[in-house]
Design a protein around this ligand. Structure first.
Ligand SMILES: *[C@@H]1O[C@H](CO)[C@@H](O)[C@H](O)[C@H]1NC(C)=O
Ligand SMILES: *[C@@H]1O[C@H](CO)[C@@H](O)[C@H](O)[C@H]1NC(C)=O
Ligand SMILES: *[C@@H]1O[C@H](CO)[C@@H](O)[C@H](O)[C@H]1NC(C)=O
Length: 388
């Protein structure tokens, strides 16, 4: 009962707060992808991608002249927005200015892709997916759409975090997709969590507990609702918001680096991130951590029914034959150098590696660091040029 009243109270106060604080937010906090694109001088084209299993995804394009299109895939709880939140110093701006035809994907469940031909996102069934489906259905359909619309034979790709794990899952499950990727640049490669340190490992250990407690009434994480309203209202509060949201939530998980993510950026960030995904996706990640095996979703006793085997099948990284460039960072707590090393040893075709400088570069600086245009973009442009 007490919990119920606290929830009602919180919802009420946050509604009042949201009404008051919206006006004071910086402009970029209020803009959607196409509006941000327009503002920064590169109007976006929009495409609809329908997956084999009926999800409807929004795909954006900043057209350019390059023969090989470049596809950017965001990570967990993210959207196409995360690539352009730094405005004129964002990666897609650098790419399109260098002449590349830039495509920016959205996976099922995020705010641009909460649609399905017959499932309703307010129902549990819509959220019955993990990164396996994001790879096997969404990423494959997105790649095919880019190839179809451009007439190109291959794409160059970049994924951040889970946005590159899905390439490994897709190309090991459906190896024909290796032929469609000229090069994958993996920003903050994520595959294993064997070397996760606190609090990342604690979070990964808590996920299955959360799953058991909430079984039956939580399927979507960070959907429109209380948590989002709280984040959108607490994080922009001067000083206190930075202390809570950056110093006590983001940095412990991603790596501390105040120099690259200051207080002014937080209101822009937290209105766009996190976006929604499924609890099942988190559970799958927690299984990879717990089992120390990069394998399909573990359904327990139901594995026999789903896979005709008591154990879920492992993703065979030997089949990931596309050329991969791995870019990692010492201060990245979600993708530790040791875990990237485990991945590197299993991938058969790693053609380049970079450990980011400065040493404090963290998991989220790839997207949101204030000087990432200086630290990272020249390397990306040189690699793309070499492989185009
Ligand atoms: C971004 O760059 C474009 C093109 O150079 C320019 O027209 C625009 O004013 C810049 N926008 C901002 C917000 O700096
Ligand atoms: C979720 O998907 C799995 C595998 O695709 C299937 O076996 C299961 O029955 C589905 N569960 C629900 C609740 O739809
Ligand atoms: C299930 O696995 C068994 C043993 O590996 C095999 O003999 C059988 O053909 C499989 N059944 C199906 C439907 O794949």
């Amino acid at each position: 009962m007490l919990l119920y009243f606290s929830l009602v109270f919180l919802t009420f106060t946050s509604k009042v707060l949201s009404f008051n604080s919206y006006k004071s937010l910086p402009e970029d906090a209020k803009l959607f992808f196409t509006e941000l694109s327009f503002k920064y001088g590169h109007p976006a084209k929009e495409y609809r991608v329908v997956t084999e299993d009926g999800y409807i995804l929004q795909l954006f394009r900043w057209p350019g002249k390059s023969k090989i299109p470049v596809l950017l895939m965001h990570g967990l709880f993210s959207t196409a927005d995360s690539w352009i939140l730094r405005g004129n110093t964002s990666l897609p701006v650098a790419l399109v200015n260098a002449g590349y035809d830039v495509w920016i994907g959205n996976i099922r469940g995020n705010k641009y892709s909460r649609r399905h031909s017959n499932l309703n996102p307010n129902k549990r069934k819509f959220w019955n997916f993990s990164f396996h489906e994001l790879a096997v259905y969404d990423l494959s359909a997105i790649i095919d759409t880019v190839l179809d619309k451009t007439g190109a034979k291959k794409i160059n790709a970049m994924g951040h975090s889970q946005g590159n794990s899905i390439f490994y899952v897709l190309s090991s499950t459906r190896p024909e997709y290796n032929e469609k990727v000229n090069l994958l640049i993996a920003l903050s490669p994520v595959c294993y969590f064997n070397n996760a340190q606190p609090p990342v490992n604690n979070v990964l250990e808590f996920i299955p507990i959360f799953g058991r407690i909430t079984k039956g009434f939580v399927a979507e994480i960070f959907g429109p609702g209380l948590i989002r309203v709280l984040l959108e209202n607490i994080c922009p509060i001067p000083d206190l918001g930075y202390f809570i949201c950056a110093e006590n939530i983001l940095f412990p998980l991603a790596g501390f680096n105040k120099a690259e993510l200051g207080p002014d950026f937080v209101p822009v960030l937290t209105t766009h991130f996190p976006s929604s995904s499924s609890l099942k996706n988190l559970l799958h990640l927690a299984q990879v951590y717990d089992r120390k095996i990069f394998a399909a979703y573990d359904y327990g006793p139901r594995n026999v029914l789903v896979y005709n085997s008591t154990e879920p099948p492992e993703y065979d990284l030997n089949k990931v034959t596309m050329p991969v460039v791995l870019i990692a960072a010492k201060n990245d707590r979600l993708s530790t150098l040791k875990d990237v090393e485990l991945l590197r040893r299993k991938l058969p075709n790693v053609v380049g590696e970079l450990v980011m400088e400065p040493d404090k570069f963290n998991h989220i600086d790839y997207l949101w660091g204030e000087h990432t245009n200086v630290y990272l973009h020249p390397f990306i442009l040189s690699v793309l040029e070499k492989y185009s």
